[in-house]
Design a protein around this ligand. Structure first.
Ligand SMILES: [Zn+2]
Length: 393
């Protein structure tokens, strides 16, 4: 049944085409993960031309057909304003991800101390400094996440960087609470310009808790690069150290899960996440199921695949703008071995971010091809997500 998933380990299967859920069900069955079968951001809905209700209906149809009888969730992803909320409420979503990224002040990382002093005046600085500094009540602030800059400066940076974002998340939570009794609530700052330090993670979690926001998961932005549809780019040893500090923060609260966004294909990171968080994780994926659909085309409908690939090449520079990707067009591989193209870093990212353009031009043909080769699609999804889930154990 459709319900909030609370602190159970969970896995989000975004499905941009509305045809992937049978494969998602096959992969998650028998694992410890509670699934999210409907998960779509406002940005994705704009690009796919689907409504929250359609996304929900597509997932439900597959859930009913498979006679899935355990809990599953529906995630209204990356909600940015209160106006984004109502269509997801009416469609029965159970999990709400609020993205206050537009309210994060990214220059706080480099502002001089004098500038910071001016900026914190706009916040309840007296209250915050009394709470966090000089060994006062929020001692974990210093204990959990020592900062080279000294506590006062770090608190000023955290306040300036995240103060308005926290305020916005509180507003969104209140709005949701007026509309719904029980729901999963996630706060995500994964798409901001700079990483969230463990100290800032602590500050965000503590401020939200202090203000009565009941959140079930939080998505910081980690060091290195979590790009769409490809493995982690960065130093894994440094990430391991950083994750251990973030894990100390989540363990201190014990009230929410760590959420990993752009979570698909991060095969080198999953063992670290499993080591540090165990059961307390939520992982989000979306575009990787679309790439699996393209893999089916590359094998069974190469003509259509090539049309989508060349459209991707045309659209990439425009469509990439709201995503964190670094593929370069002049590094795209030749097209003599199509299925292996889906293993190439540059091809994956280009195809991943141009899905909206591909769907508006070839959506009907693409869906018809997947219906025709549905078993190949489900098998591909089962194998692909089986690899994800087994590494997260
Ligand atoms: Zn995200």
């Amino acid at each position: 049944m459709l319900s909030p998933l609370g602190l159970s380990p969970s896995f989000g299967f975004g499905d941009r085409l509305g045809l992937a859920t049978p494969g998602h069900i096959a992969s998650v069955k028998g694992t410890k993960f509670a699934p999210i079968f409907a998960q779509q951001s406002v940005r994705e809905n704009t690009r796919t031309g689907r409504t929250p209700q359609q996304v929900m209906d597509d997932a439900k149809r597959a859930v009913d057909a498979a006679k899935w009888d355990s809990a599953w969730g529906a995630d209204a992803d990356h909600l940015k304003t209160v106006d984004d909320i109502p269509p997801f409420i009416s469609a029965g979503y159970t999990f709400f991800t609020v993205d206050p990224g537009e309210h994060v002040n990214n220059t706080a990382d480099t502002d001089s101390v004098d500038v910071l002093k001016q900026k914190v005046a706009a916040f309840n600085w007296d209250e915050l400094s009394a709470l966090y500094l000089n060994g006062n009540s929020e001692q974990a602030w210093g204990r959990l996440a020592k900062s080279p800059n000294g506590e006062t400066e770090s608190l000023m940076r955290a306040t300036v960087k995240y103060g308005r974002a926290i305020h916005h998340a509180i507003t969104m939570f209140k709005c949701l609470s007026d509309l719904k009794d029980v729901f999963d609530f996630e706060v995500s700052v994964d798409e901001t310009d700079s990483p969230t330090t463990p100290l800032e993670h602590f500050f965000i979690a503590n401020e939200l808790s202090r203000k009565g926001v009941k959140f079930t998961s939080l998505a910081p932005r980690f060091i290195g690069r979590f790009e769409k549809g490809v493995d982690y780019i960065g130093n894994l040893n440094a990430l391991d150290v950083e994750l251990s500090k973030h894990a100390a923060v989540t363990a201190h609260f014990g009230t929410y899960k760590l959420s990993l966004h752009s979570g698909s294909d991060k095969f080198s990171v999953y063992p670290l996440v499993a080591k540090h968080w165990g059961e307390h994780i939520h992982v989000k994926t979306a575009g990787t199921s679309y790439l699996e659909a393209l893999r089916v085309l590359a094998k069974h409908e190469p003509g259509l695949f090539l049309k989508i690939y060349s459209l991707g090449r045309e659209r990439y520079e425009t469509d990439r703008k709201t995503y964190h990707v670094s593929a370069e067009l002049d590094k795209l591989p030749k097209t003599d071995d199509l299925p292996s193209l889906l293993e190439d870093f540059h091809a994956r990212e280009v195809l991943h971010v141009t899905f909206g353009s591909a769907l508006s031009q070839f959506g009907v043909e693409l869906k018809a091809a997947l219906v025709k080769h549905d078993n190949a699609y489900y098998e591909g999804l089962k194998t692909h997500f089986g690899k994800h889930l087994s590494l997260l154990k």
